[in-house]
Design a protein around this ligand. Sequence first.
Ligand code: EPU
Length: 339
Amino acid sequence: MSQPSRCLKSLNSFALNANAQEIVTLSNLVQLEQFAQQLPKQFYILGGGSNSLFINDYQGTVVCPDFKGINVANTEDAYLLEVASGENWHDLVHYCLANNMPGLENLALIPGNCGAAPIQNIGAYGIEFANVCDYVKWFDFATGKVEILSKGECDFDYRNSIFKGSLKNKGIVIAVGIKLNKQWQPLLNYAGLNELGSSPTPKQVFEQVVAIRQAKLPDPKHLPNAGSFFKNPVISQELFENIKLQYPKLISYPLTNGDVKLAAGWLIQECDLKGKTIGGAAVHKLQALVLVNIDNASGSDVVALAKFVQRTVFKKFGVNLEPEVRIIASSGEILLENI
Ligand code: EPU
């Protein structure tokens, strides 16, 4: 189960050049049980590597879950899928579409594996993983047992879940349960999807999502990146009104609790940072929320650029941007403000 290579470059979509002390792939329960019995002092669980930024060599074990398999059951109203955590997310979206089980098409082309979907509560174009989640199958390191967490127990929130909170490093997602209602309704709230008319087919929605993503978001295979680098910030109504007075074009989404979510990409763009580079790292020219590795960026380049963006946006708007990507230093996950 241990791989001879310790190099993480091909295992992270930002293509940062870092090594781990050891890389371990776990692909069955026996391996997982053995791993849990001798937990390394320091370890980091890596899914598809599309949301992790290794800024130094990692002084611990990187664990890559590689469970495979998709099971489909049927009820009168829904398709119930159990998908192993090592399955590729986009391949799953494609599989569902090809087998007439629509419901995931708005989440097409999100890089990474299915096991990461509940951790980040991945989301795009009006849907989050939480909307389709039935349960999460979880291996608990302390008990050595497989548990089922219901959707409610996962504490899903915007790019957040219990797996980033109280269950962090306490176990591994081995599979996700997904429920797709047979009464499919297209979700077309997002600008760009509403031009499909009122009754598009799932395939048309899928193709439109793919087209929108391809037009704005760089493909990590050609231009290494980790998707949105920052979260869209949530601010108070009061701060929102102050900023809006000065910047009437401010893009915002009201939340039910009275707070307001802003489009971080717009804030960064208004600071004239599109295309800004530090070393080999750059703010993407087409989508300012994405930082890209244009020329062998080092971890320090990315950190310096992220901090520069954060500082500049704060100076202009008084809004703090919090990274969405997880930053991994030599001794483990670290907050940008602590670097
Ligand atoms: N915008 C700009 N300039 C930019 C970027 C965006 O003006 O450089 C404006 C857009 O025109 C739009 C608004 O800001 O009016 C929002 O932009 P966009 O629709 O591209 O989405 P986003 O808020 O930047 C979020 C998710 C993406 C997801 C898209 C679509 C986060 C942090 N990001 O991005 O998810 O694909 O919505 O739903 O919530 C990811 O998490 O890695 C990711 C790519």
